[in-house]
Ligand binder design. Structure first.
Ligand code: ADP
Ligand code: MG
Length: 588
């Protein structure tokens, strides 16, 4: 923990000492770097980590700046009220914009952000009372407990404090339950929903946080400059903020600072040099940045921070005392042998292709049911119907006494169904522990604020302790802090089982869990599944290894051409003439 604070303390030291040793002009540059860093931090969270590209962040900076400029110069109110107003307006605007545009997938969101970036820019220039494109002048000092914050040295301290605080809050967030959810947004939202995570909510949260950081930066900017006009809040600036995080490192908080520093310093140099080469022209440096960004995207996708980091000592993961963490509450298990999931008459068509037809099966508590059938028989489709990823065209599914067909994957996960995927869906750069902890998401409650302030230690320790237990239980205890993507595929499948178990499910759906496992690992997996069955769980698995299936399953359902061909005990299936002819054809 202490190790994580050292860079923050260093940042504060720089902010406090710089004015004592540097000329005022350099301190001003540092202040700008700090202000840009605040916006870039939000953008790292939104774009680099959350996967949502925004060209419109400068507009939120403008809201923060103009709100305080108007209230202080026109109404004589305190800058602190100006800050509150700016944050409140940003909250309302970002929530509305977020609700409108975040549902738009793919390229609609970036285009949407361009549209509002442009619209707000012209609004700043044309709204009566905002001083037109000339802007508003003579903003007052900020005063804090008798401290008059005016001049670049005072601002260096204030900006340093706020930047360090923002870094601390976001670092806490990213290492919390809420942060893990945010880290699924870019690539694995479908998996996250199957773990019971509300990804739409996480998206909106990230969007609002990024907007608030931008507004904070705008407030500081306005009072540092003491004038505001629309120019610094244009879409061009919105693009520069994106350049910053691309240069520094899209997915890392410190990359935001590095990118802001690089862009500011290089720009400063270029503005001195380029006019001598090109004569007097505006924004020639943007051409240079365009080329630079393309080069970085070609040769250092993750930005320059990862390059830097490879020569710096690695930062240690946050550690919590897990030993005395309280156990999480558990669901009560239905009686052994009681039907858990009963599906009947399921029909699923993809256009003209019928992937499931009149399909049904029953899975009981404390039993292992195996679903077998040739490739393309429709097994994964059935899994997707049972887990809510797909909605059947006809038929019904009852889980634990309740109709669930048509419910969302998240709702079904909350009822106690958990699953693994045929094509493993882990976050490769995240540790095994964090990946597995995603499965326990729905068992925690801590919200955004508590996570950012790290006031959720108790709950977080309980979630991580549960994840640790499940990882040890599946035999991967030595890989807790290993990036999940560096494990062999077979073991990644086992990590997915641990993640599914973390949700305390009543029913486990495992799509080809033994694929890629060696003989000894398969035996260990069979033992684990037997143990789970002993604890009362229902297990439905798809598997091709007949030895594995026949030795383990209580009940087997054979599927062919999307329909049930036979069902019964392993012995009955082995002797079923239809199965022998169609599926095991000629083996025995
Ligand atoms: P299995 O898991 O038994 O190998 P699947 O359920 O994956 O079989 O596939 C059953 C059939 O449905 C296949 O012909 C497959 O191509 C088709 N199919 C599966 N998913 C889709 C989809 N999303 N869109 C169109 N066709 C699909
Ligand atoms: Mg399949």
């Amino acid at each position: 923990m202490a190790l994580r604070l050292i860079p923050l303390l260093a940042l504060l030291l720089v902010a406090g000492l710089a004015p004592l040793v540097l000329p005022a002009f350099h301190v001003t540059l540092l202040n700008y770097i700090g202000l840009y860093s605040l916006v870039a931090l939000g953008l790292v969270l939104l774009t680099g980590i959350g996967g949502m590209t925004s060209f419109g962040q400068a507009a939120f900076v403008g809201i923060g700046a103009y709100a305080s400029a108007v209230l202080t110069t026109q109404y004589g109110l305190s800058p602190w009220l100006g800050l509150l107003a700016g944050l409140a307006i940003t909250l309302v605007v970002a929530t509305s914009l977020g609700l409108l545009t975040l549902r738009l997938a793919g390229h609609y969101l970036p285009i949407g952000t361009l549209a509002w970036g442009l619209a707000l820019f012209y609004l700043f220039g044309n709204l009566p009372g905002l001083g037109g494109f000339g802007g508003l002048q003579n903003l007052p000092n900020i005063e804090l407990l008798g401290w008059q914050i005016s001049g670049s040295a005072d601002f260096a301290v204030l900006i340093g404090l706020l930047l360090a605080a923002s870094l601390w809050l976001l670092d806490n967030l990213l290492h919390s339950r809420q942060g893990r959810a945010i880290r699924t947004l870019k690539e694995s939202a479908g998996m996250a929903e199957a773990m019971g995570i509300d990804t739409a909510r996480s998206r909106l949260q990230v969007f609002i946080i990024a907007a608030l950081l931008a507004a904070l930066s705008g407030w500081l900017y306005a009072h540092l400059q003491r004038v505001v006009n629309p120019t610094p809040f244009s879409v061009v600036m919105g693009i520069e903020y994106l350049f910053m995080i691309v240069l520094g490192g899209v997915a890392s908080l410190w990359g935001a600072l590095l990118g802001a520093a690089l862009l500011t310093l290089i720009k400063q140099v270029l503005q001195d040099v380029l006019p001598q080469l090109f004569g007097h022209a505006d924004n020639v440096e943007m051409i240079f940045f365009g080329v630079l960004v393309i080069l970085v995207l070609q040769y250092a996708r993750g930005g320059l921070l990862p390059v830097l980091r490879s020569v710096l000592p690695a930062s240690r993961p946050r550690t919590l005392a897990l030993d005395d963490a309280p156990a999480l509450p558990r669901r009560s298990m239905p009686a052994a042998g009681k039907p858990l999931m009963v599906a009947q008459g399921l029909l699923k068509q993809f256009g003209g292709l019928v992937a499931n037809k009149n399909m049904g099966l029953s899975v009981n508590a404390a039993e292992v049911t195996a679903l077998i059938g040739p490739n393309g028989a429709g097994k994964s489709t059935l899994f997707n119907l049972l887990s809510g990823v797909l909605t059947p065209n006809a038929g019904q599914i009852i889980f634990n006494g309740q109709r669930i067909e048509g419910l969302s994957p998240r709702a079904i996960a909350h009822l106690g169904v958990s699953r693994t995927f045929q094509h493993v869906r882990l976050l490769g750069e995240m540790s095994v522990l964090e990946n597995v902890a995603l499965g326990a998401h729905a068992r925690g409650k801590a919200g955004l604020l508590r996570s950012m302030l790290h006031l959720e230690r108790k709950e977080e320790a309980a979630l991580l302790a549960e994840a640790t237990r499940q990882i040890q239980r599946v035999g991967l205890g030595e890989y807790l802090h290993t990036p999940a993507g560096s494990l062999p595929l077979g073991q990644q499948r086992i990590v997915e089982i641990a993640r599914a178990l973390c949700s305390d499910p009543l029913l486990l759906l495992l799509d080809e869990p033994a694929a890629g496992l060696r003989h000894g690992e398969k035996q260990a997996l069979a033992q684990l599944l037997e143990q789970l069955r002993g604890e009362g769980l229902g297990v439905l698995l798809v598997e091709h290894d007949m030895e594995f299936v026949m030795g383990l399953a209580d009940h087997i359902v054979v599927m062919e051409f999307g329909q049930p061909l036979a069902s019964g005990t392993p012995l009955q299936i082995q002797q079923n003439p239809a199965v022998l002819a169609a599926y095991l054809g000629g083996v025995e």
